[in-house]
Design a protein around this ligand. Structure first.
Ligand code: NAP
Ligand code: ZN
Length: 360
């Protein structure tokens, strides 16, 4: 346990789930001293990713309680180690999902450490020193500088926070599938939540024709008016799905719940690709005919490497892309998570870590 690791002497106030009820409660714990390669960050904001909900409730059967979630972290550097050259005290910094990796394998050397076999996450991971990692639902974090990025000066720290996970998770497959360089191509985004709404924004920033495929008819108007989506298909409406067949070049599926990929594949043109980034606890249904008759491909993608995360942050700075967020104080984390579970968020909750409750 981190509490007994020798150099873990810094007391941190945070919020944790203690069991699979998923309820988040205030939780005090220890972090390591700032090492030579480390930076210490005063956390200002942390997004509430659906992954936090999966972990809090142990949806995937891998949660080590108590779990302090949070991997969409922005804050200010308060201390740097003697080897740190990338940052100085006072810098605006961001931390996403990665806490460590082996640094030696071909993937790490190729800036794809997000696929390293020894990858450890910002929370519910096991760091190099053997301690369990605790995430951003807390007032400070110590991180190896290799896994920290700069937040561009023009981006607000609250609405930039979700870029660290939601942003990079949709950016990478879009880039890998040549969608950032192909204006006019047709992108489909399945699920208009935290990840999905950033995918729409990236799509529009890079000149794509963007169609949202959603279970929520109530999201159509704002998807078009606020996010600039060109099309909107209600996935439960068979007529709309029929009209949409063979129209899209690439689909990114962000849905957090099990569903059939067949109807989504039918929306792709021949040789189109569907990239899955959502992580439902149960397997997808994947019928073979839409694959066969359209020579289509299904692939997956997990977040992105640090180099690419910085590239994405810089592009967001250049294009002024931020997330649509609802900022909550820490006493409202449970309420926010319940609303997230009910698909009632436009489009990301972000915790104002130092924020005080407005209720007296
Ligand atoms: P989110 O904000 O809850 O969005 C998910 C969206 O999926 C919802 O807004 C909803 O969109 C749709 N949806 C929800 N329940 C559904 C259901 N029962 N049937 C059909 N559609 C449903 O979640 P998020 O934070 O974007 O995360 C989405 C998923 O990606 C989670 O599973 C998360 O763990 C995973 N994730 C993966 C990575 C990665 O690296 N691959 C990174 C981060 C998150 P509509 O209302 O439009 O239908
Ligand atoms: Zn996430």
């Amino acid at each position: 346990m981190a509490q007994t690791t020798p150099n873990h002497t810094q007391t941190v106030s945070g919020w944790a789930a203690l069991d699979n009820s998923g309820k988040i409660t205030p939780y005090t714990f220890k972090r390591r001293e700032n090492g030579v390669d480390d930076v210490t960050i005063e956390i200002l904001y942390c997004g509430i990713c659906h992954t936090d909900l999966h972990y809090a409730k142990d949806d995937w059967g891998i949660t080590m309680y108590p779990v302090v979630p949070g991997h969409e972290i922005t804050g200010v550097i308060t201390k740097i180690g003697s080897n740190v050259s990338k940052f100085k005290v006072g810098d605006r910094a961001g931390i996403g999902c990665l806490a460590s990796s082996c640094l030696e394998c071909d993937l790490c050397k190729d800036s794809q450490e997000n696929y390293c076999d020894n990858l450890q996450f910002t929370y519910n991971g096991i760091f190099w020193d053997g301690s369990i990692t605790y995430g951003g639902y807390s007032n400070m974090i110590v991180a190896d500088q290799r896994y920290v990025v700069h937040v561009p000066e023009n981006l607000p720290m609250d609405s930039a926070a979700p870029l660290l996970c939601a942003g990079i998770t949709v950016f990478t497959p879009m880039k890998d599938n040549d969608m950032l360089n192909s204006p006019g191509k047709k992108l489909g985004v399945v699920g208009l939540g935290g990840l999905g709404h950033v995918a729409v924004k990236f799509g529009k920033a890079f000149g794509l024709h963007v169609t949202v495929i959603s279970t929520s008819p109530s999201k159509e108007r704002e998807a078009k008016e606020r996010l600039g989506a060109d099309g909107f298909i209600v996935s439960t409406d068979t007529e709309q799905m029929e009209v949409g067949k063979r129209t899209l070049d690439f689909i990114i599926d962000t849905v957090s719940a099990p569903h059939s990929l067949g109807p989504m594949l039918d929306l792709l043109k021949v040789k189109g690709t569907l990239a899955v980034v959502g992580a439902p606890a149960k397997p997808f249904e994947l019928p073979s005919f839409p694959l066969l008759f359209g020579k289509r491909a299904v692939k997956g993608s997990i977040i992105g490497g640090i180099k690419e995360t910085q590239e994405m942050m810089d592009l967001c700075g250049k294009h002024n892309i931020t997330c649509d967020v609802e900022v909550v104080t820490p006493d409202k984390i449970n309420e926010a998570m319940q609303r997230l579970a009910k698909n009632d968020v436009r489009y990301r909750f972000v915790i104002d870590i130092a924020g005080k409750s407005s209720e007296h």
